[in-house]
Design a protein around this ligand. Structure first.
Ligand code: GLP
Length: 266
């Protein structure tokens, strides 16, 4: 794992956008795995800026989103589909046919999930997966206890997640209780993974996920098994990392000696 401790959320966005841009320059038809939540919004904004100002091209890109609430139509202002349209898709030139977000109104969730897995395979697998992290350590909606080999499926949300997400809804009762989510196993098959976290409310769980034991109780800890993960946190989210000085030292050495290798994992 490479751990980068950025100064603030803005710097996270720039470093993450650099890595994504490099991926697209290297492989214009990359398959990107995308996340929702407030954390990646700055990165999406930076990508939009680069698209508008520098012509960063998404015309050959394919995208797969991690998850979606069950029961919300794509037009609902709190659906993840709507979120992605507003925060990224409508501002860049990714072809609509190449966009995949789990469909929360599927007649058969089981069939839909199997189809989603197949679509990822048909696209050649995910080249670069962007992730946030929930306060309970979830990636996508893989709540504590999710199998570390899990695939795309229906998941019941925890009370903590429902409470955390209630800020986007009028009342707690409106927050969906179920979601379709890529599994931990699905996520681990991405060729490269970028985990982003900012703010002190993420400090404890980031320390557990990166430096704690690998456990299904903190599904983000499964990322320790992956050979190419870059974690970008700000000072606040990295505040409880025991080896923070080492991570800084590695990053500075790389930046000084081999700038083109930045972003490649240890
Ligand atoms: C939701 C999403 C996750 C996201 C998490 C954290 O639970 N399913 O993919 O990582 O929220 O959100 P935020 O970035 O707003 O803290």
């Amino acid at each position: 794992m490479e751990v980068i401790i950025a100064q603030n959320a803005q710097e996270i966005a720039v470093i993450a956008a650099d890595l994504i841009e490099r991926q697209l320059l290297h492989k214009p038809n990359s398959v990107l795995g995308l996340a929702t939540g407030s954390t990646p919004v700055g990165t999406y904004r930076e990508l939009i800026r680069r698209h508008k100002e520098k012509g960063l091209d998404f015309s050959k890109v394919t995208t797969f989103n991690l998850d979606e609430y069950v029961g919300l139509p794509p037009t609902h202002s709190q659906s993840y589909r709507y979120f992605m349209e507003e925060n990224l898709f409508k501002h860049i030139n990714v072809p609509p046919a190449n966009i995949h977000v789990p469909y929360g109104h599927a007649d058969s969730v089981l069939d839909f999930c199997a189809w989603y897995e197949e679509e990822i395979k048909r696209a050649g697998g995910i080249d670069l997966q962007i992730l946030g992290i929930g306060r309970d350590g979830h990636i996508a909606f893989n709540e504590p206890g999710s199998s570390l080999g899990s695939r795309t499926r229906l998941k019941t949300l925890t009370e903590e997640t429902i409470k955390d997400n209630a800020r986007f809804f009028q009342s707690m009762d409106e927050v969906p209780r179920f979601a379709i989510t890529m599994g931990v196993g699905t996520i681990l098959e991405a060729r490269k993974i970028l985990l982003l976290a900012s703010g002190e409310q993420k400090a404890q769980i980031i320390a557990e996920a990166i430096e704690g034991p690998i456990t299904s109780q903190v599904t983000a800890s499964a990322l320790q098994l992956h050979r190419d993960v870059v974690v970008i946190v700000d000072e606040a989210a990295g505040a409880r990392l025991k080896r923070a000085d080492y991570y800084r030292w590695v990053y500075n050495q790389k930046r000084r000696l081999i700038p083109t290798l930045l972003g490649q994992s240890n």
